[in-house]
Design a protein around this ligand. Structure first.
Ligand code: AMP
Ligand code: ZN
Length: 139
């Protein structure tokens, strides 16, 4: 499996840094975003390091998408938001900040003020961890 020792998501995959893990299978891992734009904001990554949409093999995208659907369903059941965005960013103008292909699961609320790009603001880790436990509990 391709790995970049300087990549924060590869470090999470390797278990070298902690995460609020939601789901894992042979190919993918899903965990809570620590700078959530809304409660329940989660990320799904392939375990192999590929930078973006243009470099990742098609099969890997398929694995990430299938896992994203599982996570999105669990988030939907847990939080019952009014809507849900799946988002995937490529390149600096698209505000990609981690150069390891990933998909965002973002619960949405009516008029929550969220625009396409946002600044990273760290969330309350206790609240994120508690939410992770609730979502995990139904997967
Ligand atoms: P993007 O802007 O699409 O590259 O999104 C990268 C996401 O990774 C951002 O929403 C960050 O908040 C999130 N992130 C960065 N480091 C971590 C981490 N250690 N654990 C969880 N989420 C992270
Ligand atoms: Zn990586």
């Amino acid at each position: 499996m391709i790995n970049d020792p300087d990549c924060i998501f590869c470090k999470i995959v390797a278990g070298d840094i902690p995460c609020f893990k939601l789901y894992e299978d042979d190919a993918t891992i899903a965990f809570m975003d620590i700078n959530p734009v809304n409660p329940g904001h989660a990320l799904i990554v392939h375990k192999a390091h590929h930078k973006d949409l243009f470099e990742i093999p098609a099969d890997n995208i398929a694995s990430v998408t299938l896992s994203a659907q599982k996570v999105a369903k669990a988030v939907q059941t847990t939080l019952k938001p009014a809507g849900m965005n799946l988002l995937q960013c490529n390149g600096s103008a698209a505000k990609q900040s981690v150069m390891h292909f990933h998909m965002h699961v973002i619960p949405r609320h009516i008029e929550d003020g969220l625009t396409m790009n946002w600044e990273l603001v760290q969330g309350d880790l206790d609240k994120i961890g508690a939410l992770a436990e609730r979502i995990r509990g139904i997967m």
